[in-house]
Design a protein around this ligand. Structure first.
Ligand SMILES: *Cc1c(COP(=O)(O)O)cnc(C)c1O
Length: 400
């Protein structure tokens, strides 16, 4: 079967909830993916930062295989011998006392929202059913009904109401707005330290610290959604570390498994996650030994291969080179570490055609929000590979 055959099958038998580039990937290794025709591409999306450790990292695949041959799922009705080690290693790496494992990012966000509400009622003393959670414009936190209830993206909501109450939305990057929106019922502020799907939006310097201080003053939980910007993507373990704060709750997913398995988690201290009692919350697959073994190895690879430092250094290089491009189409080049967005002016005719031109040259990236091209390759990328990509990116940005 060839590319077109797979595309036809997919269009005929699948729901059309995505608009993928027409490349059919057959296998991958590190930063490279190969399509069914044998053509090779540099992956500059890394599955929305789930593959920070590189595709099919041998150590992670070995951990996956070894665990798959032992036991894959116990359910949390019984204990397994991987989850306790994942808990311990997560705590040692991140400095949070405890964590709660789930599978997808959206489930971990839901978990954090539930924890915040329950904390609000049981610890802060908010009146039953009155808890409010403040979120930001242009956010992305997943696709469940409660999460899209606070989306500002019309398409994410269209046709999916009625929505979950209890959310307020304030301008991303504006701490004064946050302060004004707070009431006695506010229990939490949920924010992405760098907005990924929103177009790699870095808030003004000092914003996170200011918002954090406001939350502390009013006894409000500061929840950082680090599912995309975390785990090395921004050049730090967590993007919030650029502002020396310690959120009350951190949500991780995506690269927690190096792209090998869905694993997500909520990190916090006992005061918050301690509100969950047996039976309050759960997931059949959450915390399963296969996922836990994969996550443990994925975290080790991140640290032992210095991928966080690589992201910082190579990201600075990549971005400074992109900033030299004087294409009339470029409005702004922004980001942190290997998390880079190139925003195009409206007259560029949308980012999609640039992504298609790059695909023809062997570079895979994806437009986000009409006008932004996101460059977020696996963190194992080498400088020579960035240089090769830059040659093509720079040409495409000025010639098409
Ligand atoms: C991807 C993402 C999510 C949702 O994760 P899923 O695994 O797709 O459910 C939540 N928050 C952010 C910031 C994300 O980028």
């Amino acid at each position: 079967m060839r590319t077109q055959d797979y595309i036809e099958l997919e269009e005929k038998f699948g729901a059309h909830n995505y608009h993928p580039l027409n490349v059919v990937i057959d296998r991958a290794e590190g930063v490279w993916v190969y399509d069914v025709e044998g053509k090779k591409y540099l992956d500059c999306l890394a599955a929305y930062s789930a593959v920070n450790q590189g595709h099919c990292h041998p150590r992670i695949i070995n951990a996956l295989k070894a665990q798959a041959e032992k036991v894959t799922l116990t359910s949390r009705a019984f204990r397994n011998n991987q989850l306790p080690l994942l808990y311990k290693e997560l705590s040692e790496l991140t400095g949070y006392e405890i964590s709660l494992p789930m599978n997808s990012g959206a489930e971990a966000v839901e978990t954090a929202l539930k924890a915040a509400r329950k904390w609000g009622y049981k610890v802060k003393g908010v009146e039953e059913h009155q808890a409010e959670i403040i979120t930001c414009t242009n956010n992305f936190a997943g696709r469940t009904i409660s999460i899209i209830s606070f989306s500002t993206e019309a398409q994410y909501r269209d046709g999916f109401g009625p929505f979950t109450p209890g959310f307020k939305i304030v301008d991303y990057g504006n701490a004064k707005e946050l302060e004004k929106a707070i009431t006695k019922n506010t229990v939490a502020f949920l924010v992405e330290p760098i907005q990924g799907e929103g177009g790699v939006v870095v808030p003004p310097e000092g914003y996170l610290k200011e918002a954090f201080d406001i939350c502390k003053k009013d006894n409000i939980l500061f929840i950082a959604d680090e599912i995309q910007c975390g785990l090395g993507r921004s050049g730090k373990l967590f993007a919030f570390q650029y502002e020396s704060i310690k959120p009350d709750v951190v949500i991780i997913g995506k690269a927690l498994s190096g792209g090998c398995y869905p694993v997500s988690a909520v990190l916090s201290d006992r005061e918050v996650l301690g509100v969950f009692k047996p039976g309050d919350h759960g997931s059949t697959f959450g915390g399963n030994p296969l996922g836990a073994a994969v996550a443990r190895e994925s975290l080790k690879v991140l640290v032992e291969e210095n991928l966080i430092e690589r992201s910082y250094e190579l990201g600075n290089y990549f971005m400074s080179e992109l900033k030299k491009n004087n294409s009339a189409y470029i409005k702004e080049v922004r980001g942190k570490g290997l998390f880079i967005g190139v925003e195009l002016k409206p007259e560029a005719g949308g980012a999609r055609r640039f992504c298609e031109a790059l695909m023809a040259r062997g570079i895979l990236c994806k437009e986000t929000h009409e006008n932004v091209i996101r460059f977020a390759p696996p963190l194992v990328i080498k400088k020579e590979e960035i240089d090769w990509a830059l040659t093509h990116i720079n040409e495409v940005l000025v010639t098409i």
